[in-house]
Design a binder for this molecule. Structure first.
Ligand code: GLN
Length: 493
């Protein structure tokens, strides 16, 4: 039982969605301190098993919760709600590591803009979530702080790179978490852990203060328990910022208005390339069953084709790793982060600090990217991939002229065993075959729980919409979620 008000147990409180917890706080069923303490207890009990938090900010959280309770202002739906931030989102005075040895002790002097927006809305920060190193990966296995575990089967990965965040939301270690998605890093772990993961349109949420992977791909978005919650969080973080020139002045609609329970008049496109070889049959069956549910809700389903899908993995990895190689140049052992103690010359400081501080996947990015960008290869690789990217964007535009959303699986397979793909980068890259095209085109997409494999592992459905059409995702996603029971299923921990 919770220690103060006493009528609501910890177990019930931490299961609540943002909107449910908000009702509880507003109606004084429990306080933000109660709720925060319930999460901190849960983290203490479970996180040694799941390894999802790099840093737990217990005192900071309780202090904020107390302030919120004292002010008693619950006009913001996020006020007093405990959450986490992926450990690439800078937080003033709180360690932000990118799950890398090179930033093991890095304490940023300022907050990322997205963190400021959430703190202003009353968010209570429980801590920083584990990720693949600098978000390079699909399993959290590249984290310097060890792999996070999938709550549905702790022998399996939670997906990545926002795997700490997804595992937390699925295991009730946070009400919601903020992740980043460059090639699938919010949607794929959401799919593998059974939660909602929203990849916003490129430019919808300001990136200031969030450590970059590939700047023309990176997006920031929520992992939540429900579609409604994703809409609530996006409402607080979306929109133009003076601090990020890639956020245009596109109006931010009232996202909650799009949460409807039927799909009458909605046109859903099914791109056949997302249901082909490489995607497990069980996954395809779950998504096809989901499409039937959507038809019953009134949707009109049409076939579409995106033939360039087969180029998305090589195109994405070439461009993303190229951008990453330049973004990672700032870690030089001097400005911030790990400095070698065995260098005698300046160049040795650079080389040794980077050799000691970066892990294998990040080094691979630097090598692939530097090679692809080098004089003489630029036209053959980078420029060619950039052209393919432009064509893929056009292909999506043509599809969205015919339908409101596209529906596909999120991941070609459910959660895989820890270690199964860790030594085979190409096999790991294939985990992203269904997510990267969305980032190449800069459109938005969301993964929502859609069922389970025969082995009891979650399977997510990906819904895609055109640029700045997040409302369409919320509409289709909410209607599907309300008509099914997947959200209610809980891992046995
Ligand atoms: N797995 C992909 C990669 O390593 C995507 C990562 C991401 O979205 N941050 O590039």
């Amino acid at each position: 039982m919770s220690h103060v008000k006493g009528h609501m147990s910890n177990v019930i409180m931490i299961d609540l969605s943002i909107s449910q917890a908000h009702e509880g706080l507003k109606n004084k069923k429990f306080s933000s301190v109660d709720l925060t303490q319930a999460y901190l207890d849960r983290i203490k009990e479970l996180d040694s098993k799941l390894n999802t938090y790099v840093t737990v900010t217990g005192d900071f959280a309780l202090e904020k919760a107390k302030k919120i309770d004292e002010a008693g202002d619950f006009s913001s739906p996020l006020a007093g709600i405990p959450m986490s931030l992926k450990d690439v989102v800078c937080t003033a005075g709180i360690k932000t590591t990118a799950s890398s040895k090179i930033l093991e002790n890095f304490v940023p002097p300022y907050n990322a803009h997205v963190a400021d927006r959430l703190f202003d809305a009353g968010a209570v920060l429980l801590g920083k979530a584990n990720t693949d190193e600098f978000t390079h990966g699909s399993s959290t296995e590249t984290s310097y702080f060890g792999t996070s575990k999938n709550p549905w089967n702790t022998d399996c990965v939670p997906g990545g790179s926002s795997g700490g965040s997804a595992s937390q939301v699925a295991a009730d270690l946070a009400t919601y978490s903020i992740g980043t998605d460059t090639g699938g890093s919010i949607r794929q772990p959401a799919s593998l852990c059974s939660c909602v993961g929203l990849k916003v349109t490129y430019g919808r949420v300001p990136r200031h203060g969030v450590m970059p992977y590939a700047s023309s791909f990176d997006t920031i978005g929520p992992l939540t328990k429900t579609v409604e919650d994703a809409a609530l969080v996006l409402q607080a973080i979306a929109g133009r910022s003076e601090k990020d020139a890639t956020t245009p002045n596109v109006p931010v609609p009232n996202y909650s208005d799009s949460l409807k329970t039927d799909l009458k008049g909605v046109k859903i496109g099914i791109p056949k390339e997302y249901f082909q070889e490489g995607v497990e049959e069980e996954t395809i069956k779950v998504i096809n069953d989901g499409i039937e549910v959507m038809k019953k809700l009134g949707a009109e389903v049409i076939d579409v084709s995106l033939p360039l899908t087969k180029y998305s993995i090589p195109t994405y990895y070439l461009l993303a790793k190229s951008e990453a190689s330049t973004n990672l140049a700032r870690y030089d052992g001097i400005k911030y982060g790990h400095t070698t103690d065995s260098a005698k010359k300046l160049t040795e400081i650079y080389m040794k600090s980077r050799s000691e501080g970066f892990g294998d996947e990040v080094k691979r990015a630097i090598m692939i990217g530097t090679y692809a960008l080098s004089a003489g290869y630029y036209d053959a690789f980078y420029l060619k991939a950039a052209k393919v990217r432009a064509l893929m964007k056009k292909e999506f535009e043509e599809a969205f002229a015919k339908c409101d959303v596209l529906v596909t699986p999120t991941s070609p397979f459910p959660a895989f065993k820890i270690g199964e793909k860790a030594d085979d980068p190409l096999a790991m890259y294939m985990a992203d075959i269904l997510t990267t095209a969305v980032n190449l085109a800069g459109i938005c997409a969301m993964s929502i729980p859609a069922g389970f494999s025969s082995g009891g592992l979650p399977i997510g459905m990906q819904i895609m919409a055109n640029q700045y059409k997040e409302e369409n995702l919320f509409h289709a996603g909410h209607a599907f979620e309300q008509a099914t029971e997947w959200r209610i299923k809980k891992p046995n921990l």
